[in-house]
Design a protein around this ligand. Structure first.
Ligand code: PA5
Length: 469
């Protein structure tokens, strides 16, 4: 139990009639049942009714199934294959690039930042468990692409993973062509390295075109040694526990089985525990009631620690693409404190009353605490705090901020992680995915798919082909 994250909403609940949560319970548990029925429907392979399309509920039971498969199939399991592919590459490569966008990138970045030491890429090789990691193919930014290609030109051995579920996303495909060319030039197009140092990860068929993934076709034609699938029934932003997140994590030497164990355990809790003892149900209920009753349509994920910023951005995408439909859906914002107390803090304290703030707090730092030293000169007058640790300063800021918000009747709640490791991060990611889908079912919005994103892509293609200006 000590390893489990906790969701605590006492400060927020003091501002509303708790009876509202009780009233919501039957609808909430019915929505939970719908999620579980969705999994059963996918498993049955029966036709999915049009009202449920697309249905990407495959992420829900995926962590437990992957772990069970390790027991049943050992080295032939997906986890076994990922580890086998990553191990030699981790040793051989100095740099590794992950090409992907949206759900094919943000999860890997969240894992890297949360679970690797700060300034990971700057650490000497002996303090890193894998190559330096870079992300590209998530933009059409000339300078950033060129900059990374130049870095790689003067680097030691490097490789890449190209990730796209549909296999045709332009940003990623353009970057892949450029990086593949650079890799071919470095090692020779038919070299062993060119075959081993590129690891494509893709779905079988594009959900948009219904045709075979172009990336998959390319990978087969090129004969790359390792190609990993993204299973049907798992949507892009829900794919962090497929090879999309797990392969980059394995390249960093992270414990991917612990990650999955955290996700599987919070799913068990979601399935079996009643409201009041169920972080997914409780978080969803509080978000929903504050949005309905108090107009809190802005969800601030207030992270206390720089290592959680990318995880917050991953959640921004998850909530935006899942529920931002039919002119509805709360707006997510990630802040990193205490940094953003000096930018957004003013608005959160005194601006429009439209925000629910959920803190994400790690109770014990991953690294030994730094202590403020005594200084004989004391020009900065900090000797009064000498001996206090950085976590103590952060704690004072956390308590002070939440007290100030409470005094101004601003709702805040906490997600508390006992520490930052694979097990707790696995729980948090899966909790947020489950809560997002649960909320969709609760309010009658299909949380899967992102039809709105297609419009810009269509226009861009037309403009590029010169059909429109
Ligand atoms: O959640 C999603 O499905 C999207 O954000 C996709 O991940 C994103 O558009 C990238 O798509 P693809 O993986 O097909 O390149």
């Amino acid at each position: 139990m000590d390893d489990m994250l906790r969701y605590e909403a006492e400060r927020a609940l003091a501002l509303i009639d708790r009876g509202r949560l009780k009233e919501l319970e039957p609808r909430l548990t019915a929505a939970r049942q719908e999620l579980l029925d969705d999994v059963a429907l996918l498993d049955s392979k029966a036709a999915v009714p049009a009202s449920k399309e697309p249905l990407d509920a495959g992420f829900i039971e995926l962590p437990r199934r992957l772990l069970d498969d390790v027991v049943e199939s050992g080295g032939a399991s997906l986890i076994g294959r990922i580890l086998r592919a990553a191990l030699p590459l981790r040793d051989e490569l100095e740099d590794f690039v992950v090409l992907g966008i949206g759900g094919s990138y943000m999860g890997a970045r969240a894992l890297c930042e949360a679970l690797c030491p700060a300034f990971y890429n700057f650490l000497p090789r002996e303090r890193r468990r894998g190559p330096r990691l870079f992300f590209e193919g998530n933009n059409l930014d000339n300078d950033s692409l060129r900059g990374l290609l130049e870095v790689l030109q003067v680097s030691g051995r490097w490789g890449l993973s190209v990730i796209s579920k549909s296999g045709g996303t332009l940003e990623t495909a353009v970057a892949f062509r450029l990086f593949r060319r650079a890799l071919d030039e470095r090692y020779g197009a038919s070299s062993d390295e060119a075959r081993r140092y590129i690891v494509p990860i893709s779905g079988e068929v594009s959900a948009v075109t219904g045709k075979k993934s172009r990336l998959r076709e390319l990978a087969e034609a090129a004969g790359y040694e390792h190609v990993f699938p993204i299973p049907d029934g798992v949507g892009g932003r829900f794919s962090i526990f497929t090879a999309v997140g797990l392969f980059p994590a394995a390249m960093l030497g992270l414990d991917i089985e612990r990650l999955l164990a955290g996700a599987a355990d919070i799913t068990d809790r979601f399935r079996s525990r009643p409201p009041g003892d169920n972080p997914v149900l409780d978080y969803t209920a509080v978000c929903h009631v504050f949005e309905q009753d108090r107009g809190c349509s802005i969800r601030v994920l207030s992270t206390w620690g720089a290592r959680l910023e990318a995880l917050g951005l991953w959640y921004d995408q998850l909530l935006s693409e899942s529920l931002g439909k039919e002119e509805r859906g709360a707006t997510p914002i990630t802040v990193v404190n205490t940094r953003d107390l000096h930018s957004r803090g003013q608005q959160h304290q005194e601006g429009a009353l439209d925000k629910l703030i959920t803190n994400v707090l790690v109770e014990a730092p991953a690294e030994p605490p730094l202590e403020l030293p005594r200084d004989e000169r004391d020009h900065d007058q900090l000797n009064q705090h000498a001996g206090k640790t950085l976590p103590e300063f952060l704690r004072a800021a956390f308590d002070g901020t939440n007290r100030a918000y409470a005094d101004a009747a601003r709702p805040t709640a906490d997600i508390r992680l006992p520490r930052l490791d694979e097990y707790t991060v696995g729980q948090l990611l899966q909790m947020l995915m489950l809560a997002t889908v649960l909320e969709g079912r609760l309010i009658g919005i299909n949380p899967y798919g992102q039809p709105g994103v297609e419009a810009y892509k269509r226009n861009m293609e037309e403009i590029l082909r010169g059909r429109s200006t």
